[in-house]
Every structure is written in structure tokens, then in C-alpha cells.
Ligand binder design. Structure first.
Ligand code: G3I
Length: 306
């Protein structure tokens, strides 16, 4: 296999990229996407502020463009994300009572998932619910603050009812190694499984840089989650740096996923360095001119391609 997607497929995995709708008119962006990747994640277009800017009025235009493009090329789609503290429209932050917050959350999950029913392989149902650092505490959000810890289980139950075929994931960052934050997520998943709540997968965002390098216990961490009975996915991979060091880090991440039978796919957080969310950063597999970087070659090789 001589593309990322084809090589990953031979290992039974998808290989995806985050995509922004406003780049779908750029020919080299689209040709790189279509040639190399087998899954897409809308980078911002499915977030709450994009799809429900006004209560119960849904605007799916930009997200639909990505989904339609992906499906026309035979690519799968990851849904990102339903319940998150960030990129919320003002009206959500202003919800007054617990009942109001509950009905808004459940309506949002239901309507968005029904719109895309049958077309999303995995949904990030809840994103980034824990604080950074040692506390293991939940992060403040309108849902956490009004509904308490139980909002996560409720969100997953609502999601299962809305699209029973989609894999339902919890997704977070700085949880890639074994640490206080990933311990908190681990305990959440364990509790959800014990309560027969419908969680299928955990997403490890895997945003790495010199301050937050690929952890030495990355694979071990993936394995302990799989041992709870969920799939794991690498959902937002990007690694700062360049040259051989960056290439080695990509190779390490890919080999870790392949070593875990239930690590079902890898998504990089963008097609090209040109449009990375990291300002001025070069964390991806293609440079500003869509040339393959050493990190690309290392990733392809680690996947078993040539
Ligand atoms: O939509 C407006 C546009 O109208 C305006 O002209 C422009 C000017 O700055 O801003 C646009 O919004 C930006 C949006 O991206 C779309 O480009 C926001 O300012 C900007 O904050 C937003 O950044 C996104 C970020 O999430 C927001 O939290 C990044 O693109 C996106 O890559 C990033 O993705 C997150 C994942 O969803 C969750 N995990 C972490 C990851 C990286 O931060």
C-alpha cells in the first residue's frame, strides 16, 4: 500500500484527518485528503455554536458539505462533538435551571445525531470533561454546573437512542499517558461500564509538543482502557517539531496503536501544516505546499506501507 489510508486498511484501521469546510475549494487540499485518508472529522463545523446557534434552530450547511464530500469519496466520518464546555453559543451558558439545561442538552444530542443518523462511525459524545492537573476534578460547564456528574451518563444514553449504530466515545487531551487526569477518565469509564451505560470508545486526542511529549507509557495507557471493554481511537494527533525527531514520534504513536487490537483508527488534526490550529506550528504530515514530510514517510512505514 502506498497511501496512509490503504496501509491502515490492511491493518484493519482507518486513517483520518480533521477537515475544515472552507478549504474544500482548494485543489491540492482536496486531492491530498482524497488520496491519503479514509476518515474525516469536521474540525469545527459540528460544534454546538456551528449547528445550533439559536435554540432549536439547526444549521448544518458547513458540516453537511464535509460529510457529503467524505461519503462521495468513500471516506468515513467521525462526529465531533456533542457536549463540550467550549464553542457554545451564548444561549447555552445562559440556561437557568437544571431542567432547562437537561432538555437543551438532550435535544441537541438527539437532533444532531438524527440528522446524521447512519452516516457517522463514531461520535465524540462528551469532550474534555475533566480539569488538567492533579485534582482529577470535573471541569466547569453549563452541564456540569447545572446537572452534576450524572450529565455524562445521561448524554451517552440519549446518544444511543438517537443513533444506535454509531460508536459512542468519550474524548480528551493530556490523557494519553498514565496520570491523574487519565486516571479520572479511567474511573469514569469503569463506572459507566458498571452501570451498563452505552459507552463504546475512548478518544485520545494526542496533541504533543516539547512541553507535552509522547508519553513513554502511551501504549500501556491505551491497553488499560481496552481492558475495561471499550475501543480506543487516536482522535486529534499532531506532534510539534520537524525532521527525524518528529518522524520518530509519529512512528511511535502508530506502532502503539497497531499493538492494541482494539485501537481502531488514527486521525491527524489537519491535512497540512498550512492550516494547523497551532499558530506557526508544523505538527502535521504534509507541509505548507502539500509535500510529504519525513513524518509522513515514518507514518506510512509504521503502518506497513511503502
Ligand atoms: O468562525 C470564526 C470566523 O468567523 C472568524 O472570521 C475567525 C477569525 O479568527 O474565527 C473563526 O472561528 C475560529 C474557529 O476555530 C474556526 O476557524 C475560532 O476563533 C478559533 O478559536 C477556532 O479554533 C478551533 C479550536 O478548536 C477552538 O476551541 C480550532 O480551529 C480547532 O482545531 C480546535 O480543535 C480542538 C478540538 O475541537 C478539541 N480538542 C482540542 C483541539 C485543538 O484546540
Amino acid at each position: 500500500a502506498d497511501t496512509l489510508g490503504a496501509a491502515a486498511a490492511e491493518r484493519g484501521r482507518y486513517f483520518g484527518a480533521a477537515v475544515a469546510a472552507n478549504h474544500l475549494g482548494e485543489a491540492p487540499y482536496v486531492s491530498t485528503l482524497d488520496t491519503e485518508f479514509t476518515s474525516v472529522t469536521p474540525e469545527n463545523e459540528m460544534k454546538w455554536d456551528a449547528v445550533e446557534p439559536t435554540r432549536d434552530t439547526f444549521t448544518f450547511g458547513s458540516a453537511d458539505r464535509i460529510v457529503d464530500h467524505a461519503r462521495s469519496k468513500g471516506m468515513k466520518v467521525r462526529g465531533h462533538t456533542l457536549v463540550w464546555h467550549s464553542q457554545l453559543p451564548g444561549w447555552v451558558s445562559g440556561l437557568g435551571t437544571a431542567d432547562d439545561a437537561r432538555s437543551a442538552m438532550n435535544n441537541h444530542i438527539t437532533k444532531v445525531m438524527q440528522h446524521y443518523k447512519g452516516r457517522i462511525h463514531s461520535w465524540d459524545v462528551v469532550n474534555e470533561a475533566f480539569q488538567d492537573g492533579e485534582s482529577g476534578a470535573r471541569r466547569s460547564s453549563p452541564f456540569q454546573d447545572k446537572l452534576g456528574d450524572g450529565y455524562i451518563e445521561e448524554a451517552f444514553r440519549t446518544a444511543r437512542a438517537a443513533d444506535p449504530a454509531a460508536k459512542l466515545c468519550y474524548n480528551d487531551y493530556n490523557t494519553d499517558g498514565i496520570n491523574a487526569k487519565s486516571n479520572a477518565v479511567y474511573n469514569l469509564v469503569k463506572e459507566l461500564k458498571a452501570r451498563n451505560a452505552p459507552i463504546d470508545c475512548v478518544g485520545f486526542q494526542s496533541h504533543f509538543n516539547s512541553a507535552s511529549p509522547v508519553p513513554s507509557d502511551y501504549k500501556e495507557n491505551l491497553r488499560r482502557f481496552v481492558d475495561l471493554g471499550v475501543d480506543v481511537q487516536i482522535t486529534e494527533l499532531d506532534i510539534e517539531g520537524s525532521g527525524t525527531a518528529q518522524a520518530d514520534n509519529y512512528s511511535n504513536v502508530v506502532r502503539s496503536c497497531l499493538a492494541i487490537a482494539r485501537c481502531t483508527g488514527i486521525t491527524v488534526w489537519g491535512v497540512t501544516d498550512k492550516y494547523s490550529w497551532r499558530p506557526g506550528g508544523t505538527p502535521l504530515l504534509f507541509d505548507d505546499n502539500y509535500n510529504k514530510k519525513p513524518a509522513y514517510d515514518a507514518t506510512l512505514t509504521a503502518l506497513g506501507g511503502t
